[in-house]
Design a protein around this ligand. Structure first.
Ligand SMILES: Nc1nc2c(ncn2[C@@H]2O[C@H](COP(=O)(O)OP(=O)(O)O)[C@@H](O)[C@H]2O)c(=O)[nH]1
Ligand SMILES: [Mg+2]
Ligand SMILES: [Zn+2]
Length: 316
C-alpha cells in the first residue's frame, strides 16, 4: 500500500485535515485502535504533527505519528486526568504585550515565560501599540520593561499593528518557522496577524471565545501558512499556561537568568530564598537579575505552596 507523509493542519476531534508535501489537502482519520505509547490523551494527534498515512478511497488513514520536537498539552477541566495535545512542533511563541491598554502584568508575563521554558519553546516578546506610547512617562515604562527582559535574555520587538510599523522585523523572525501568538484579549493579536499580509484575513484567537463560556472543553486548533514562508498555529488553548505544573524544586530552572547562575549556589537543592551563599541572590544584589523577575519567582513559588496545601486538605 502506498504511504504518504502529511502535516496536520486542522483537527476537529476525530477527523484531521492533512497537507501532503505537494500541498494537496486531504481528510483523514486515525487507524482503528490507534495508540501512542505513554500517552493518556483524548486525542493523540495534534495540529503541527507530521504523520504517515495511506488511502482508503478518498480518505486518509493515519497509522504513524512522527517524533515530535515538542508539544503543548492542556489538562481537561473535568478532572479525568486526561490531557489534550493542542499543538506540536512549535518553533516559537510570540507573547503580545501592551503595558496599559489593556494592562498586561509582569506577573502574567513571567508565568507565561516560565511555562514556555518548561515546554522548551522560545518566546519573543512583542510590545504592540507603540503608537500609543506618547508621554515620557509611558516611554520610560516601556524602556524599563525592556531592560527587565533584556537582563533575562529574551528577544523583544516593538511595533504598531495598527500603523503597520515594525512589521518587517516580525516577518523576518517568522520566516521558515511555526509560531503561535498569545496574549490577553485586546492587545492586538488579530490586527497584528492580519497586518502580515494583504490577503491574509485570519480570525486568530477568535475561537478562544468558546473558552470564556466555560461550556465546551474541545478546542480546535488550525495551522495557516503565510505567503512569505511562515506558519501560524491558531489555538485558543494556551492563553496563560495556567495549567502547567511548575514544581517548586525546579521552578528556578524556568527562569533563564537564574538557571545560568544556580550551579554556583552552595547547596545544589537551593531554591534561592533563605539559603546562604546563594549565587542567585548575589546576582540579584548586584543587579544582574531584575528585582521584578525575582518577585515573580517568589510569587509563583508561594502560590504553588498554597496549592499543595489545598490539595492535601490543609488550610493555608
Ligand atoms: N492604537 C493602536 N490600536 C491597536 C493596535 N493594534 C490593535 N489595536 C486595536 O486594539 C483593539 C484590539 O485588537 P485585536 O486585534 O482585536 O486584539 P486581540 O483581542 O488580541 O485579537 C482593536 O480596536 C484594534 O484596532 C495598535 O498597534 N495601535
Ligand atoms: Mg483577536
Ligand atoms: Zn540559590
Amino acid at each position: 500500500m502506498e504511504e504518504f507523509r502529511g502535516l496536520v493542519v486542522k483537527s476537529t476531534g476525530s477527523w484531521y485535515d492533512l497537507e501532503k508535501e505537494n500541498g494537496e489537502r486531504i481528510n483523514a482519520r486515525l487507524k482503528g485502535k490507534f495508540r501512542l505509547k505513554g500517552f493518556k490523551s483524548t486525542n493523540p494527534v495534534a495540529v503541527g504533527d507530521w504523520v504517515r498515512f495511506h488511502l482508503e478511497g478518498d480518505a486518509g488513514v493515519i497509522h504513524t505519528i512522527e517524533d515530535r520536537k515538542n508539544y503543548i498539552i492542556r489538562r481537561s477541566i473535568n478532572l479525568s486526568k486526561q490531557t489534550q495535545i493542542i499543538a506540536a512542533n512549535v518553533d516559537q511563541l510570540f507573547l503580545v504585550i501592551t503595558i496599559d491598554s489593556p494592562p498586561t502584568t509582569l506577573g502574567f508575563i513571567d508565568r507565561f515565560l516560565a511555562g514556555a521554558e518548561a515546554y522548551r519553546i522560545p518566546t519573543v516578546l512583542i510590545y504592540n501599540k507603540i503608537d500609543l506610547y506618547k508621554t515620557n512617562e509611558q516611554k520610560a515604562e516601556l524602556a524599563h520593561w525592556q531592560s527587565i527582559y533584556r537582563l533575562a535574555g529574551y528577544q523583544q520587538i516593538e511595533l504598531s499593528a495598527e500603523k503597520k510599523t515594525g512589521i518587517d522585523q516580525l516577518k523576518e523572525l517568522m520566516k521558515g518557522k511555526t509560531s503561535i501568538f498569545s496574549g490577553h484579549s485586546g492587545v492586538g493579536k488579530s490586527t497584528l496577524v492580519n497586518s502580515l499580509d494583504e490577503n491574509f484575513k485570519l480570525r486568530v484567537n477568535e475561537i478562544s471565545d468558546y473558552h470564556k463560556t466555560g461550556k465546551h472543553t474541545t478546542t480546535f486548533a488550525e495551522l495557516f501558512e503565510l505567503p512569505f514562508g511562515g506558519k501560524i498555529i491558531d489555538t485558543p488553548g494556551i492563553k496563560g499556561f495556567g495549567t502547567v505544573d511548575l514544581e517548586n524544586e525546579v521552578l528556578s530552572h524556568y527562569f533563564p537568568e537564574m538557571r545560568s547562575k544556580m550551579e554556583r549556589c552552595k547547596f545544589n537543592n537551593c531554591v534561592h530564598i533563605n539559603e546562604p551563599k546563594c549565587a542567585v541572590k548575589e546576582a540579584l544584589d548586584k543587579g544582574e537579575i531584575a528585582k521584578e523577575r525575582y518577585d515573580s519567582y517568589l510569587s509563583m513559588y508561594h502560590d504553588d505552596e498554597r496549592e499543595h496545601h489545598r490539595a492535601k486538605g490543609v488550610r493555608g
